[in-house]
Design a protein around this ligand. Sequence first.
Ligand SMILES: Nc1ncnc2c1ncn2[C@@H]1O[C@H](COP(=O)(O)OP(=O)(O)O)[C@@H](O)[C@H]1O
Ligand SMILES: [Mg+2]
Length: 241
Amino acid sequence: MIAIKNLNKWYGQFQVLADCNTSVAKGDVMVICGPSGSGKSTLIKTVNGLEPFQQGEILVDGVSVGAKGTDLPKLRARIGMVFQNFELFPHLSVRQNLTLGQVKVLGRSEDEANARGLQYLDRVGLLAQQDKYPNQLSGGQQQRVAIARALAMDPIAMLFDEPTSALDPEMINEVLDVMVGLAQEGMTMMVVTHEMGFAKKVANRVVFMDKGRILEDCSKDEFFGAPRSERARDFLARIIH
Ligand SMILES: Nc1ncnc2c1ncn2[C@@H]1O[C@H](COP(=O)(O)OP(=O)(O)O)[C@@H](O)[C@H]1O
Ligand SMILES: [Mg+2]
């Protein structure tokens, strides 16, 4: 579903991604980890065209992300993205946050968008909060709304960039539980996270990045068993203890 081939990207002189190759099959849950600044966010942003790149190719469901003629808004509408800082529209109610994209981008009627939005709001356990504004919700609740909003667009895959790292510890699990449910239902997911409990539970692939390179791309069991690179072993030892 997602293929990344010989991807290279520079910010000016600085090479942020170097010869990255990987692929995600339908139903895969790929966890991406690695030290801060290793290029994880940049990598997943290139997948839905939020960041341009200079060399290589990315195919999403057969569509070349970097090609000139590609309709990026249309592509983005098919790939859900959830960020660290929720990125809800502060001036819109929860319900309006859930329906806006469906109406504007997918052309759904208000009624249809409302019905779908509320269905996913219910699924993340927040139906009672539909008339509130984002700043009236906790961080964990806001992130669950952001996930529901992405799901209401019927994405073919979901990208998560450290979705729990801005949350107070007691709210992390309510967000991870929603993500575990999605993974178990077969959603194709790329998840940048250091929540290794999540990785152990539902990932089938783990990618480890360092300095713009993919140093490990292996099954969960291989990664937690015996990562090949010393860098990944060090990293794991530090985040687990
Ligand atoms: N817009 C930008 N311009 C220049 N450098 C950037 C930009 N965004 C990120 N970087 C740099 O690229 C590197 C990788 O960043 P990022 O992908 O955010 O890493 P990670 O998500 O792994 O922490 C970092 O060194 C960061 O400072
Ligand atoms: Mg990042």
